[in-house]
Design a binder for this molecule. Structure first.
Ligand SMILES: Nc1ncnc2c1ncn2[C@@H]1O[C@H](COP(=O)(O)OP(=O)(O)OP(=O)(O)O)[C@@H](O)[C@H]1O
Length: 336
C-alpha cells in the first residue's frame, strides 16, 4: 500500500481519518486535458490499448484507449450489457481479450493469469461463494493472504518456516477484521453474515495482500442503508492509504459521492469520461444512461445525505411512493 498518513493498530495500518463520514476532498487534476474518451492521465496506474472481446458475433468490449488514474477512485458506469464486467474480467486476468494490450504500473499484463496479477498488487474482490460461506470469517481472511509458504511441499516438513507466517497472517487478519468491525464474528461461518457484512468481508479479505489497486464489482449491491455509509467510508479510506480504486456501480448516489473520475461505457466502448459532476451533465450520457432524473441526488432522496429536496427530487419521491403503493396493493391482491 502507499505511504500516506497513518498510524499502526494491531499490526494493520489505519487511515488517519478512519471511518467517520468526514467529507474528504476529491482528487482533481487527474487528466492532462479536458475529459474526453481516452484522455491521458497525469499519473496512470493502468493503460489499456485496443482491447476487444467478442462473444460469437457480439463485440462486448471495444476500448480504444483508456487510462486509470493512480491514487484516485474511478467509477465504471454504463447501462446493462455495456461491457463493464467483461472489461473488469479482462483487466484482472480472469478472461482473455481477442486483441489489445494493457499494462499495470508499466508492466504488460497480457497473458498473465489472475493469481499472478494479484501478486503484482492488483486485486479484485470476489463474491463469497457457497464454498467460502462454509468457512469461518477468519479462515476467509487467511485465504486472502499472499503466497502461503506452507503450501510448498518441502516446506511442509519444516513447520518453523510456515508457523511464523501463519501467526503473522492471523494477526493481520484480526487487525483488518477489527477495522471493518467484524472482529466479533471471526469464528462465525461466513454464511451467517448479512449482505452488507459479506461485502465488508470481501473488501477486508482483498486487503490481506496489501494491494496497490483494488477493483470492486458493485460494492453496494444488496447492502442495506445501515451499512452503506460504513462501506463508502472504507472505500474512501483506501484512497487515503494510497490505494487506487476502480469500481463498477449502478448506484449513482455512490458514484457521485465518492468517485474522483467516472468512465462511461455503452455497447462496449468508452463514450465519456471525466470528473463526476461534468460527466453527469454530459447530454450524451444523460440520454444514453442516466435518464431525466440525473440531477437528483439520490442521497438526499433516500435521506442518507442532508440537503434540500428540489422540485425534481420531490417528483421522483412521489413516483417512488406511487410505485411502492402499487406494489403493496398488488401483493395484497395476490395473497387474497
Ligand atoms: N460469457 C459470455 N458469453 C456470451 N456473451 C457474453 C458473455 N459475457 C458477457 N456477454 C455479453 O457481453 C455483453 C456485455 O456484458 P457485461 O456483463 O460485460 O455487461 P455489463 O455492463 O457488466 O452489464 P450489467 O450492468 O448488466 O452487469 C452483454 O451483451 C452480455 O450478454
Amino acid at each position: 500500500m502507499g505511504d500516506t498518513p497513518a498510524g499502526e493498530t494491531d499490526g494493520v495500518t489505519e487511515p488517519a481519518s478512519a471511518t467517520g463520514s468526514i467529507p474528504r476532498p476529491k482528487a482533481t487534476g487527474l487528466a492532462t486535458g479536458p475529459g474526453v474518451p481516452g484522455v491521458t492521465k497525469v499519473d496512470p496506474i493502468m493503460v489499456i490499448d485496443g482491447v476487444t472481446r467478442r462473444f460469437g458475433g457480439l463485440t462486448a468490449v471495444d476500448v480504444e484507449h483508456l487510462e486509470i488514474p493512480r491514487n484516485a477512485i474511478t467509477a465504471l458506469i454504463g447501462p446493462n450489457g455495456a461491457g463493464k464486467t467483461t472489461l473488469f474480467n479482462l483487466l484482472c486476468g480472469f478472461d482473455k481479450p481477442n486483441t489489445g494490450t494493457w499494462s499495470y504500473d508499466g508492466q504488460s499484463l497480457a497473458g498473465i493469469p489472475a493469481f499472478k496479477v494479484a501478486r503484482m498488487g492488483q486485486v479484485r474482490t470476489f463474491q463469497l461463494t457457497k464454498a467460502l460461506s462454509l468457512l469461518t470469517v477468519l479462515e476467509n481472511m487467511k485465504l486472502g493472504a499472499p503466497k502461503q509458504r506452507g503450501e510448498k511441499f518441502w516446506q511442509a516438513f519444516f513447520p518453523f518456516v510456515w508457523r511464523k507466517q501463519e501467526t503473522d497472517n492471523e494477526e493481520k487478519a484480526r487487525g483488518l477484521l477489527k477495522r471493518f468491525k467484524l472482529d466479533a464474528k471471526e469464528k462465525d461461518f461466513a454464511a451467517s453474515l448479512s449482505g452488507g457484512q459479506r461485502k465488508l468481508l470481501e473488501m477486508a479479505r482483498a486487503l490481506m495482500s496489501d494491494p496497490n489497486l483494488v477493483m470492486l464489482d458493485e460494492p453496494m449491491a444488496g447492502v442495506n442503508p445501515a451499512l452503506t455509509q460504513s462501506l463508502l467510508d472504507h472505500i474512501l479510506d483506501l484512497k487515503d492509504l494510497g490505494v487506487t480504486v476502480l469500481f463498477v456501480e449502478h448506484d449513482m448516489h455512490m458514484v457521485r459521492h465518492i468517485a474522483d473520475w467516472v468512465v462511461v461505457m455503452a455497447e462496449g466502448r468508452v463514450v465519456a469520461e471525466g470528473p463526476p459532476d461534468s460527466v453527469m451533465q454530459d447530454q450524451a450520457v444523460i440520454d444514453a444512461y442516466l435518464g431525466s432524473h440525473q440531477d437528483v441526488d439520490l442521497g438526499v432522496v433516500t435521506g442518507r445525505v442532508a440537503g434540500e429536496l428540489d422540485s425534481s427530487a420531490q417528483e421522483l419521491l412521489e413516483e417512488i411512493k406511487e410505485e411502492e403503493a402499487a406494489s403493496i396493493a398488488n401483493a395484497e391482491e395476490e395473497t387474497k
